[in-house]
Design a protein around this ligand. Sequence first.
Ligand SMILES: N[C@@H](CCC(=O)N[C@@H](CS)C(=O)NCC(=O)O)C(=O)O
Length: 281
Amino acid sequence: MSDLIVGEHRCFDGRLLYCEHQSAVTNCRMRFSLYLPPAAAQGPVPLVTWLSGLTCTEENFTAKAGAYKKASELGLAILAPDTSPRGEGVADDEGYDMGQGAGFYVDSTEAPWKPHFQMYSYITRELRELVLQEFPVDSHKLGIFGHSMGGHGALTIYLKNQDIYKSVSAFAPIVSPMNCPWGHKALGGYIGEDREGWRQYDSCELIQALGEGLHRSKILVDQGLADAFLEEQLKPELFEKACAKVGQKLTLRRHEGYDHGYFFIQTFMDDHLAHHAALLG
Ligand SMILES: N[C@@H](CCC(=O)N[C@@H](CS)C(=O)NCC(=O)O)C(=O)O
């Protein structure tokens, strides 16, 4: 048994693991949860990584998304990391939208964030390699999805690493941090005020820059129309336009009455898992 495991629960005949390790990338202890479906007892299974939104730890998705019944049936493993480095020696901000709980899945270049806030490298390199090494997961069948700040993380990480991730989807993603207050604050703080550097973390910019080089897997995005952040922060129409410009297939579903929270997420979770299972095979 892996010595990363600090808690284990049987769940829909699979294993829900809580894990902890010392990260060389974020320079602190990091926690994540990992669901292994029953099929993982027979051999490597596809893995989807879930990236959570602002204020979340690994626990929000694990306890509130209602994902594991379907993941068990489909034979999908799900990895849910924390959203930032944490601890007393780690920089923080008074606001909920910066610092601990708000890593934005970028590699910081600026003080005071740079020594720990390296979430892009942590997710795409260190954590991925650790999970592949320690658990029965198929390195050729990796997908990524997320919510809000984590939707931004999933879309940008997928677009920058299509050799690694074969499927992507998002719930209420921040599609263009270059065009919303959450993004301006986070990218300005973590990357610095030179907006040229922001383009590498903006899914609308990335998709247009890739153009014909795009992987042609369909992207799935769900958005609630009663989401309080829709107009000021999320702006899915910008991603819709960017995808249309380069011929990227996108299913963007707008749902009357749904807000930004995990009840919205759990309502459409099965569709997202089926989307990933179909693309990962
Ligand atoms: N005012 C909210 C804003 C943050 C927020 O809505 N976070 C979303 C992601 S952007 C979330 O998933 N919150 C935790 C939860 O619903 O379990 C708070 O402080 O919780």
